[in-house]
Design a protein around this ligand. Sequence first.
Ligand code: NAD
Ligand code: LMR
Length: 368
Amino acid sequence: MTQRAGAPCLPSGIALGDGSPPAPSRLGWTKGLPRSHSPCEHIQSIKRVSMARKKIALVGAGNIGGTLAHLIGLKELGDVVLFDIAEGIPQGKALDMAEATPIEGIDIAYAGTNDYSAIKDADVVIVTAGVPRKPGMSRDDLIGINAKVMSAVGAGIKANCPDAFVICITNPLDAMVWVLREASGLPHNKVVGMAGVLDSARFRYFLAEEFNVSTEDITAFVLGGHGDTMVPLTRYSTVAGIPLPDLVAMGWTSQEKLDQIVQRTRDGGAEIVGLLKTGSAFYAPAAAAVQMAEAYLKDKKRVLPCAAWVEGPYGLDGIYVGVPVILGAGGVEKVIEITLNDAEKAQFDKSVDSVRGLIAASRELMPK
Ligand SMILES: NC(=O)c1ccc[n+]([C@@H]2O[C@H](COP(=O)([O-])OP(=O)(O)OC[C@H]3O[C@@H](n4cnc5c(N)ncnc54)[C@H](O)[C@@H]3O)[C@@H](O)[C@H]2O)c1
Ligand SMILES: O=C(O)C[C@H](O)C(=O)O
């Protein structure tokens, strides 16, 4: 179906009636063409495409993809291309958001597409393509569908933007990052998974509620795989620098209450799925991925928990799992190895084993 925004556009590569070739643009369409020559079969675009701005491709234009596009726009991080296999959805969301730009005073371009060529030369790709879970399902139940989706998305990235920084969100997270990296062939430091920032934010929020203090003053750490075995680390989580075990000793909370908060953090995704019934969380996941993208685009050197490739640290011989890393213009610039006590190490190892099993299962599902 042909859909168009205010500015005339044409998918790049299609010649004009007068025979002159269209000027290519980074978002995959051409500007300045008369309406009658502008079929825009795949791509919904708006005017003011810029070579100076960063290009951010969102593969998957569902709940998280749409929220990502909105947040990225509000922060003016770059021009946004929404890609999805569902026809009309990325185009419609892109046009809707483009129409909000005059109100918000935002100078970025939005495009929606069903054509991988539109993600060409993207600086950042955030992947949410696939299916979310429903009540009663575990994230691991999504592996059969989502591993195949990640294989296709990885091929699309390889063909169109092999220099991009790629953030995977699709579940089961750690294994899907692995599939995406394998299928795209990108360097390991340029492919990461978003989970730790979200899990830590949930932990921080629950702690702020318990202590009745600002979320800003709480730091929290969640390591391991993004599943039921994730490891919220109380020793490394603080209120204004005071570790949680000290706060228990100070009588701010009880060990029992802290244990409940840790468990609620582990169950944070399922709690939202149980409430929504038809899908999973999307506001906080999108905010978390935007924080990671911003760290890369602005070379912020943020220290964030991410599903990163770990080879050496923690005694691991090459696996994607949640660990603290430094994120900057080099992608994952360093994996930070923190000291774990015996109990924490046992939990982390259990989580790593669970991820290993999912990666082995994913390997079988990838096209040979
Ligand atoms: N890592 C995390 O912390 C975290 C948090 C929340 C959700 N998730 C996961 O993120 C994924 C997306 O969640 P959502 O709420 O946005 O789901 P959604 O159903 O709203 O959106 C997914 C989109 O992917 C599209 N899609 C399916 N197959 C595709 C393909 N081959 N190529 C391109 N697009 C394709 C669908 O058409 C849909 O629009 C799910 O797997 C969910 O479990 C992960
Ligand atoms: O729980 C889910 O299925 C989605 C996501 O992993 C989350 O933690 O919100």
